[in-house]
Design a protein around this ligand. Sequence first.
Ligand SMILES: NC(=O)c1ccc[n+]([C@@H]2O[C@H](COP(=O)([O-])OP(=O)(O)OC[C@H]3O[C@@H](n4cnc5c(N)ncnc54)[C@H](OP(=O)(O)O)[C@@H]3O)[C@@H](O)[C@H]2O)c1
Length: 255
Amino acid sequence: MKDIFKLDGKIAVVTGGAGGIGEALALGLGYHGATVVVSSRNQQAIDAVAARIKKETGSEALGVASDVTDEASLQNLVDTVKARYGRIDILVNAMGMNIKRDAFEYPLEDWDKLFDVNVKGTMAACKVVGRVMRDQQGGAIVNLSSVRGIRGYTGGNTGYCATKGAVELITKALALEWAPHRIRVNALGPALVITPGTRHIAENPELAAKYAAAVPMGRIGMPEDMVGAVIYLCSDASSFVTGQTIYVDGGLTAA
Ligand SMILES: NC(=O)c1ccc[n+]([C@@H]2O[C@H](COP(=O)([O-])OP(=O)(O)OC[C@H]3O[C@@H](n4cnc5c(N)ncnc54)[C@H](OP(=O)(O)O)[C@@H]3O)[C@@H](O)[C@H]2O)c1
């Protein structure tokens, strides 16, 4: 049987590709043979990740800046990738943010900011890349959800939970609508992962132990833990899988 996890010849776009999880996913795609276009708003950061992919994996990589809250900038990303590589086979939406606010006081402008990036940004990226995939009759999309997409959480996370719940339903609805076009749409649901934004938890032994204790496997996730599921969802290995979220969470959502 051929290597069904291989991505040789595939063109992948990773939004949020210079983020803690996005960088690991972009590298993983490169290691499995894909050409990787790394995107976020910070050109310097994405250029650095693209250089790392080329050096460490030998795959072709390019940094193209875009803001997922700006449809014209997403269209420019798509046009640039199409002009350079001719197609887009894989989209991984690894961008995202959180704004923690007490629910009694939640400023609605913060709610809008959160939804603009996590929800509208996910849909906008799917839409502009989805049109390319429709025209070429095939593609695989992976959206970053979270265990918070199906489990509520305290600590000012109402808005974040709501956005991730929305990402899961966008994923399912698009999976249905785009199945006839051979576009598969799935999601990844991590539990806490140590990234620059959450490093303060790893650096605080008491806090780290508290988070780890909540995970059946007894530890916090690392960005590298996320790679296998995404390679699976982007490759022929998952050719009959769409509309699903894979929770990579050490068993957290099994309870
Ligand atoms: N870390 C965790 O514990 C965890 C757990 C579950 C789910 N997740 C989800 O996984 C995804 C990645 O998380 P992470 O921890 O890797 O976050 P991160 O390190 O903060 O990275 C977020 C990325 O999103 C990009 N981004 C933010 N706003 C953007 C915009 N308007 N347009 C384009 N790019 C934008 C950032 O780049 P620029 O700011 O340079 O644009 C950055 O590359 C998020 O959706 C997050 O909700 C994370």
